[in-house]
Ligand binder design. Structure first.
Ligand SMILES: Nc1ncnc2c1ncn2[C@@H]1O[C@H](COP(=O)(O)OP(=O)(O)OP(=O)(O)O)[C@@H](O)[C@H]1O
Ligand SMILES: [Mg+2]
Length: 284
């Protein structure tokens, strides 16, 4: 059975898509079969893989509306172990269309259930919004990975997002786990900032050991429609994505809190006044 990971955050531009594209590639290079579900109408994951995926006739949207089967919509890539469910602009209609469908929060979960035996990992890239698409992504997943930039607004946004996930977990998906927080787009000057220590000490094992730096090569690879790992496998960030894949496949040393993560309790302490003051009392 596959592990379905939803890569999500309400905040835009934090590295959700970049993580999806490069982590899935790292897993595929390690010969773990992986399906990327581009569940964002922006279609950035589809674009980020455009140099390596084959074009198909059907899309995820068509599968969602029952016009085709989910299998018909999957396209292969030049990597044997990596497949893609591409997005399209039509997915914009999904928000309204889902409102009219029965079990509107479980549509994606139902579609993916038939594929779970075929992949080791299914990674879902979601839009930067607390929308029905995001809800579907989370309900379809076993766990949630949250890319996080180390900055003031990010911490406040995380508090809000954790509250949202807590409510979703209570009402729609009681077994949703936290896969982990991923420190992403880390700038050189922030690396030793107290906020990094605070996040690591506050969330403990729930933060991946691997952190992804801000790296021009990552930005550049997106412009070429290729995962960085296929552009330059020996680059520092490629190595880090392989390490991140290792953390996921080997199972990080966990305290057990990840498996039954209390999103509501975490929201109460994240970005609270005291934490904010402590984190930002030192200038970066
Ligand atoms: N580590 C990094 N170093 C430099 N640039 C990065 C890094 N990670 C992502 N980027 C760039 O930052 C921008 C935002 O990244 P990305 O699209 O992955 O974020 P996102 O959270 O998926 O955004 P959205 O919320 O719009 O879906 C992109 O141009 C991407 O190429
Ligand atoms: Mg994105």
């Amino acid at each position: 059975m596959s592990r379905v990971i939803c890569i999500s955050s309400q905040k835009g531009g934090v590295g959700k898509t970049t993580t999806t594209v490069n982590l899935s590639t790292a897993l595929a290079l390690a010969e773990r079969s992986c399906l990327v579900v581009d569940f964002d109408p922006q279609g950035h994951a589809t674009q980020g893989l455009r140099a390596i995926h084959r074009c198909g006739k059907e899309t995820l949207w068509q599968a969602m509306t029952g016009k085709t089967s989910i299998r018909e919509a999957i396209v292969p890539t030049s990597l044997k172990f990596l497949h893609l469910l591409p997005s399209s602009r039509e997915l914009l209609k999904a928000e309204a269309a889902l409102q009219r469908m029965g079990a509107k929060e479980k549509r994606l979960s139902t579609l993916l259930s038939g594929l779970r035996s075929e992949y080791d990992f299914i990674l879902i890239d979601t839009p930067p919004a607390l929308s029905l698409l995001t809800v579907n992504g989370l309900v379809a997943a076993d766990s949630l990975m949250i890319p996080l930039q180390c900055e003031f607004y990010a911490l406040m946004g995380l508090r809000h997002y954790l509250r949202f996930v807590a409510v979703l977990k209570e009402h729609l998906h009681q077994t949703l786990q936290l896969e982990g927080l991923l420190l992403s787009m880390l700038r050189e000057r922030v690396r030793c900032h107290p906020i990094v220590d605070k996040i690591r000490s506050g969330f403990g094992e729930n933060v991946f050991r691997t952190a992804i730096p801000w790296d021009w090569d990552i930005l550049d690879s997106a412009a070429h429609g290729k995962p960085l790992l296929l552009q330059d496998v020996r680059s520092t960030s490629s190595r880090l994505y392989l390490e991140l894949a290792g953390e996921i496949t080997n199972g990080r040393k966990r305290t057990g809190s990840c498996e039954d993560f209390d999103f509501a309790a975490a929201a109460r302490v994240t970005g609270s006044g005291t934490a904010r003051e402590e984190c930002f009392s030192t200038r970066v």
